[in-house]
Design a protein. Sequence first.
Length: 485
Amino acid sequence: MNAVKKFRKETSVRTIALVFSAAAIFGFLICFGVVAEAGTKADAVRMIPESFSSIAENNIPAVINVRTVKNIKGGGRVFQHFSGRHFDRGIPGDDFFERFFGGRPNGDFKQRSLGSGFIIDKEGYAVTNNHVIEDADKIRVILKDGKEFDAEIIGSDPSTDIALIKIKPEIDLPFLKLGSSDDLKVGEWVVAIGSPFGLAHTVTAGIVSAKGRVIGSGPYDDFIQTDASINPGNSGGPLLNMQGMVVGINTAIVAGGQGIGFAIPVDLAKGIINQLKKHGSVTRGWLGVGIQNLTEEIANYYGIKEVKGAFVTEVFPGDPADIAGIMPKDIIVEANGKTVESGRDLTGLIANIGVGDEVAIKVIRNGEEKTFKVKIAKRKDDVAVLGKNEQNEYLGIHVSNVTSETARSLDIQAERGVLVIDVDPDSKGEKAGVMGGDIIMEVNRTPVNDIKEYDREIQKVKSGETIQLFIKRAESGFRVVKLVK
């Protein structure tokens, strides 16, 4: 009996101990979970800045107010045209000048404009937009502390809208550090500082809403889009990341739009700034190829899995790519160690490479990767006109031999391919999408250099079979058209 009581007592003690142990473990897990959850929430809260004060305080002294004056000869419509063409207009009095003098046919006037900029070293070099200082007769820079300096133009690049100016201070100046726009992510917080509407050193904040925007302003469009408020007068000011480093140069807004602004990526600007500082001008690299984006249609045609790269439409004889061994129909996937996803990527990369520098160009040719060492030359422009010759007809498609003038106009080798000079309405050719001005380069993957070869390949196809035409179209590049004979 005593033994039984003793057993029951020990069992009760063990049970109580187990209960307390379980409760302790359970409580620990709950507490751990709460702490973990609290930690997660805290991390989420930290993603939203509590204040932009430190970024503003630390960087505003290096942001400048840029005021320019241009002497306008004459007046009337010429004056009005200039005043509305390039310059951000935020200085009180501009409307007065235009309203008071706009109707007068003669007389000289001073056009005043306003923009922003930022100092990049203690010597007084500063970056702004080309359109802020373009053709200015006088440039005045005002610092946060109210000190004013005359500035000289070191150099400018209208193609990217970047300008480098310099002031001569008596003491070392505060300056901003350049960060990396490549590392910038969509959704990341950014801060813009400038002088919108003449309101000096205004700070606005928002997020990066997109990258790589093309807005039709020039051949090197690659803008950062942000919803940080950017207005007339912000042009040339810095776009900063949360570490206070410059990731962009505020440049453009959408006319009539709200909440959308555009900044030049600082990684694009770095090479331009360095060239302006050393030479006062910009020289761009030239590869010597005609290119277009690799389309899904062309990728399938050549058995390429990924629709990424720049498709080489032509290689110009005697130019760097030709000397190195790059060929038409190569797909450029890497240049200078950087991935090429589109023709615009390649254009931007090559443009920023120094003339005479040697770079590695990786291509895919017939499904295999090849790398070529190319010595970059100076960029050049080609101008040509369209010509046409005798005609022939198949499937409602009228063609002619390609002349040397046609070749120059479409960046192709002379006397190669046939020119579509007309397409019959409601014909098989029109329904398939063939258009006048197209150059037919291949029929079912067989190159055709003239009408004779084109006729031969078309005649090989039996009635009811598919014909694939590999064509080049002015301003839109290569494409594949399928039709049934």
